[in-house]
Design a protein around this ligand. Structure first.
Ligand code: CIR
Length: 263
């Protein structure tokens, strides 16, 4: 069974407040209707790939709540509720608690420091945690301890300076291969993995998402799509133009896992 054979996902419908989402550089607010359309296309792509999607209601009080990935880590046998580093996002985890309790037999809670799911790259052998402005050294260490409790090995690495999250710059393409920006690859953070580097000026393509036998990537990066196609991957380009205005890519809009008793 492939590591990416996800059959369950949690997403959250964008609230009208999504136009006020956090962003490092203000290139204008995203258009709400277009965010809705990008989100709907993303959910449809997940469903077409065989994933059963649970859609949570919008949260007006939390403009970035659409980015559910940052609130938790989910695995087949357990979940971990995180503590986002962005002050305006801290309350999103409480809103996720009941959903996790309902879907997972075991739910652990990060109690110290901060960590966001965008800084966590899960692989079959270990879970990489990138320290960043959102994930503190203390949070990363606490997360390593929680991962050990559920039988997983956590390794702390450093997210590239000035980059929002570790996974802004990398994603799993298959069990042995990581799509990675040159600036992250330079630090050699993933020993033992084969790296495919994003082409120049297409660093944003690194936040791809492998679901089943497809790799979702942003439609804004055609050279990356071509590169991955030539490497033998089945590429599914998706529009991310509006959510990119609030610093988001493809992994951030879902929590995904394989439920072994589901099918
Ligand atoms: C934020 O700054 O928190 C949101 N505007 C974007 C979060 C993207 N999250 C992710 O890629 N995991």
């Amino acid at each position: 069974m492939s590591y990416h054979a996800f059959n369950r996902a949690i997403v959250r419908t964008p609230s009208v407040s999504v136009v006020d989402g956090l962003r490092a550089v203000d290139v204008g607010a995203p258009i709400y209707e277009d965010v809705l359309a990008e989100h709907a296309a993303y959910v449809a792509a997940l469903e077409r790939a065989g994933v059963r999607v649970e859609t949570l209601p919008p949260l007006d009080a939390f403009p970035d709540a659409i980015f559910v990935e940052d609130t938790a880590l989910v695995f087949t046998h357990a979940a971990i509720l995180l503590r986002p580093g962005a002050a305006t996002r801290r309350g999103e985890t409480e809103e996720m608690r009941e959903t996790l309790d309902r879907n997972f037999e075991r739910v652990l809670h990060l109690r110290s420091g901060t960590a966001e799911g965008g800084d966590v790259l899960s692989t079959p052998s270990e879970v990489f945690i990138g320290t960043s402005a959102r994930t503190s050294v203390e949070g990363a260490a606490a997360l390593v301890a929680l991962l050990a409790e559920i039988g997983l090995r956590g390794t702390v690495v450093q997210s590239p300076p000035g980059v929002l999250h570790l996974k802004s710059d990398c994603s799993m393409l298959d069990e042995e291969t990581i799509l990675c920006t040159p600036r992250l690859a330079g630090a050699e953070p993933f020993p033992g993995f084969r790296l495919i580097l994003t082409p120049e000026r297409e660093e944003g393509a690194a936040n791809a998402l492998r679901i089943g036998d497809e790799v979702f990537i942003s439609a804004d990066f055609p050279r990356s799509a071509e590169l991955l196609g030539q490497a033998g991957y089945r590429v599914k380009p998706l529009k991310t133009r509006e959510i990119a205005k609030i610093d988001a890519g493809l992994s951030c809009m879902s929590l995904r896992w394989r439920n072994s008793s589901c099918y």
